[in-house]
Write a protein that binds this ligand. Structure first.
Ligand SMILES: Cc1cc2nc3c(=O)[nH]c(=O)nc-3n(C[C@H](O)[C@H](O)[C@H](O)COP(=O)(O)O)c2cc1C
Length: 338
């Protein structure tokens, strides 16, 4: 439809795709199968490198290239201890777009990529950081609100969109993420100046997603309110905020914090060791839920849009549904005459 094509032209040109819909990288979920299916369906699939070593990323990229001729991106976590080697793997494989996630990328990460004409996408938690990233050469930004699944910031998508789009949308393509489950929402953010949108939660239950059947079932059964942000009980011991479905692990996490803090107060643990114990609690938890299907003891990362995941569908059906909802939104836009 005309409106959609016109509104997300910048996003489509940037991604070189049919639709400016990014399949947000999801650690353990976004492998070659899901990523290639999103790209083959006209969206932009993004491989999640997560904690993968460079050799595995190389294999995963090559497998994706075997399954699609369409463009796809790679998401790298900037705190990864081998980030420079991972960047080299992307360069060697002539990846077209790299998303630098999990923190603010520094010029040593951005420069080698842009020197090789690889498009770099960064996350902007505020307009000042977004401006800085653009100055440093980042080609496009994602603004991701706290409704999203996985690691989250403190501000909602709607507030980020209102604050950041008017300031930065004319400087670089901006993709909005977090809490988007329906094409009408995509249409609304495009009307506010977004170049496109990024969705994660909606793609977890794609037929092509490798997530364990129990993980998918948990998504299908969940409501928006079940996707909760991790609870921190003591400001001295910060907890990395993650949105996931409430389960035994999220309940036990509160007790673990209580116990560890008690040990610290008794002088049995240093503050550093206590902090490490709290952080260590979630180690391996996402893999346990996604691949082993242990949805009680693992981390079932999910966004609030999980309530809009009602069945398993093919990736292409999910994308077509989003497109027709967006088109329906434009075709029903009407204003009462005064
Ligand atoms: C299970 C899961 C794992 C995720 N892993 C990552 C990741 O490795 N890197 C990243 O940048 N974002 C990650 N995300 C966030 C997604 O890429 C995406 O931005 C987010 O899901 C969009 O919000 P939504 O969940 O409301 O659609 C993850 C999200 C989920 C649900």
């Amino acid at each position: 439809m005309k409106q959609l094509d016109c509104l997300w032209k910048n996003g489509k040109d940037f991604l070189t795709t049919e639709y400016a819909i990014m399949g947000g990288a999801m650690s353990w979920v976004s492998d070659h199968a899901l990523v290639s299916s999103i790209s083959n369906a006209g969206g932009f699939g993004i491989l999640a490198c997560g904690a993968m070593p460079p050799e595995l990323l190389d294999i995963e990229i090559k497998k994706t290239m075997e399954k699609t001729q369409k463009p796809f991106g790679v998401n790298l976590i900037v705190m990864h201890p081998k980030i420079q080697e991972l960047i080299d793997v992307c360069i060697q494989n002539k990846i077209s777009h790299v998303v630098l996630a999990g923190g603010i990328p520094v010029p040593d990460m951005i420069n080698p990529l842009i020197q090789k004409n690889i498009k770099v996408v960064g996350f902007a938690p505020s307009s000042s950081i977004g401006k800085k990233l653009i100055r440093q050469g980042v080609n496009a930004l994602i603004i991701e609100g706290s409704e999203a699944g996985g690691h989250i910031g403190p501000v909602s998508t709607s507030v980020l969109a209102q604050e950041i789009l008017p300031k930065l949308a004319h400087e670089a393509p901006i993709f909005v993420a977090g809490g988007i489950g329906c094409g009408k929402m995509i249409a609304s953010y495009l009307m506010m100046g977004a170049a496109g949108c990024q969705l994660g939660t909606r793609f977890v239950c794609a037929h092509e997603s490798r997530a364990h059947p129990s993980f998918k079932k948990a998504f299908i059964n969940a409501n928006a309110r079940d996707a909760i942000a991790s609870v921190q009980i003591d400001p001295r011991f910060p907890v990395i905020p993650v949105r996931a479905l409430a389960n035994k692990a999220t309940q036990d996490f509160v007790d673990v914090q209580r116990l560890v803090i008690h040990e610290y107060e008794q002088g049995n643990l240093t503050q550093k060791d206590a902090q490490l114990k709290i952080e260590h609690y979630w180690a391996g938890a996402l893999r346990k839920a996604v691949l082993d299907g242990d949805i009680e003891h693992g981390s079932v990362m999910a966004g609030q849009s999980v309530g809009m995941v009602v069945s398993e569908q093919s990736t292409s059906d999910i994308i077509q549904e989003l497109i027709s909802q967006a088109n329906e939104f434009f075709s029903t836009l009407s204003f009462p005459s005064i």
